[in-house]
Design a protein around this ligand. Structure first.
Ligand SMILES: [Zn+2]
Length: 492
């Protein structure tokens, strides 16, 4: 039997700020030496008072605005009381009653995923358990690091969509520059709530899966739960409301704890912190700082350059390369206008240049970069030079084979393409007479393939073209070569 799947996500994000959420300690969760970014405030010493980190608040509001949320006028902080060894205060400062943002949404692939709220809290420290399990050590470097929590409504209907939604969120957080959102480093952590029901309007029993530290884990855990819960329901059994963990090596979820009736954290308004006042002026200023977001960029790249879906996605995912591409394209537009002396840039011609440019950037240039960024100091190809390189291919001065050699030289030496072509004698030979001379030579040196061709063996012609190419080190214009060969073989 088929069931309706409802998935909601809880996403935690460590914000990249200079200092921690409520004190002046450095916010550096990657610090290797334990317990050095600590102070009486983040260690919860009696008599200390927290001070709100303005930068963290601004970053959460930006996330809220990017995700179409309502920003509350008077957000507050609340105390969530619980004991855990890596939580030195025995409570966590979080937000329950008046979070920073509510009622947003993100549209993805035509589906609207509603966002219930985004709030701000502090991270806990970290426990390191000994391999024998006889003791645990605690590192408070992470305690008090600003942590954003985003909660969606259960609007996601498949495992694949849960993965897509998480990936898009990561991309948006990176565009907003509020966090590196690296899941492997724990900067972004995803939990899923998943329930199955027989009708669209029903809610089944909710199961929570924690500790998902990759997008693959999000997808696989959701898939696993859909199968597991379907099987239980098919057999007429009940799904238990519980929290489950994810074992990435076995790719299974396992029961961690059954949910008691709503845990009582005895939340109450944080008495040591005043409410915030978020004015329209603050919101307007933050709105103005939000860059073009991934989805807008996808639509624009497609419209402006006529790029296909896959190329667009490469430039959206790899922001640096995307910006470099656009810089090269503005050089190319200038080239058409000024050098080709055209009053109007034809869209067709411009799109053709964009296609060439994106192909060489995505396959060849990315291959040379090997994961490095075009923003790196030792990346030597200026947008002007890359644009010139594209025009040389466009005009037929460079064959695709030679183009690769030229790009390699540009990449390693930073020289401009015409300089390399001249220095290395790489220009394409397209002169009819020059090619004819070489073709005649090849024909007289290879009587056997010539004979074969005359007997009707088509691939003998390809062999002779190859010989001409070898002789000219790939510089002979392939079209002229082929035509000349056909003409000479036909007349002899
Ligand atoms: Zn501190």
């Amino acid at each position: 039997m088929r069931y309706f799947v409802k998935i909601g996500l809880e996403v935690h994000l460590e914000l990249r700020t200079k200092t921690k959420m409520f004190c002046d300690c450095l916010n550096d969760p990657a610090e290797k030496t334990p317990n050095i970014n600590i102070c009486p405030v983040c260690l919860g010493h009696p008599g200390t008072l927290p001070v709100i980190n303005r930068e963290a608040v601004r970053k959460v509001i930006k996330a809220g605005l990017a995700l179409n949320c309502h920003i509350l006028e008077e957000p507050r902080f609340d105390r969530k009381n619980y004991f855990y060894p890596d939580l030195p205060k025995n409570y966590q400062i979080s937000q329950l009653y008046q979070p920073l943002c509510r009622n947003g949404f993100l549209e993805i692939g035509g589906n609207k995923i509603r966002i219930r709220e985004i709030h701000l809290e502090e991270d806990t420290g970290r426990l390191i358990h000994s391999s024998e399990g006889d003791y645990s050590l605690v590192d408070f470097n992470r305690a008090g690091v600003p942590l954003m929590e985003l909660v969606t409504e259960p609007d996601i209907t498949s495992a694949k969509k849960a993965g897509e939604f998480s990936r898009e969120l990561q991309l948006i957080f990176r565009y907003l520059d509020i966090s590196d959102a690296d899941m492997e480093k724990g900067q972004m952590r995803v939990e899923i709530n998943i329930s199955l029901s027989k009708s669209q309007s029903d809610f089944g029993t909710k199961v929570e899966v924690k500790n998902l530290n990759s997008f693959r884990a999000v997808e696989r855990a959701a898939e696993y739960e859909i199968k597991r819960q379907s099987k239980l329901l098919d057999e007429g059994k009940k799904v238990v409301q519980e929290t489950r963990g994810w074992d990435p090596s076995k790719e299974v979820t396992f029961s961690q704890r059954e949910k008691e009736e709503a845990q009582d954290y005895r939340y109450f308004p944080e008495p040591d912190l005043p409410p915030l006042h978020i004015t329209q002026d603050i919101i307007d200023r933050l709105k103005a700082e939000i860059p073009e977001l991934p989805d807008k960029k996808r639509q624009r790249l497609q419209r402006q350059y006529g790029l296909g879906k896959e190329a667009v996605e490469v430039f959206v995912q790899n922001k640096d390369l995307g910006e470099y591409f656009e810089n090269v394209m503005s050089e190319l537009r200038r080239w058409i206008r000024d050098i080709e002396k055209k009053s109007k840039v034809e869209e067709k011609e411009f799109f053709e240049l964009a296609r060439l440019c994106s192909n060489y950037m995505i396959t060849d240039l990315q291959g040379l970069l090997k994961g490095a960024s075009v923003e790196d100091e030792n990346f030597l190809i200026s947008p002007e030079d890359f644009a010139e390189f594209v025009t040389l291919i466009y005009k037929g001065t460079l064959s695709s084979k030679i183009a690769k050699t030229v790009l390699q030289e540009m990449f390693s030496k930073g020289l401009d393409p015409s300089c390399i072509i001249e220095e290395k004698g790489l220009a394409l030979i397209s002169s009819q007479s020059e090619i004819e001379k070489i073709v005649k030579e090849i024909v007289s040196q290879n009587p056997k393939p010539v004979e074969d061709y005359k007997k009707g063996k088509e691939n003998a012609l390809q062999f002779l073209v190859g010989k001409v190419m070898a002789k000219t080190k790939g510089r002979a214009d392939p079209k002229v070569t082929r035509e000349t060969l056909l003409r000479i073989l036909g007349s002899s």
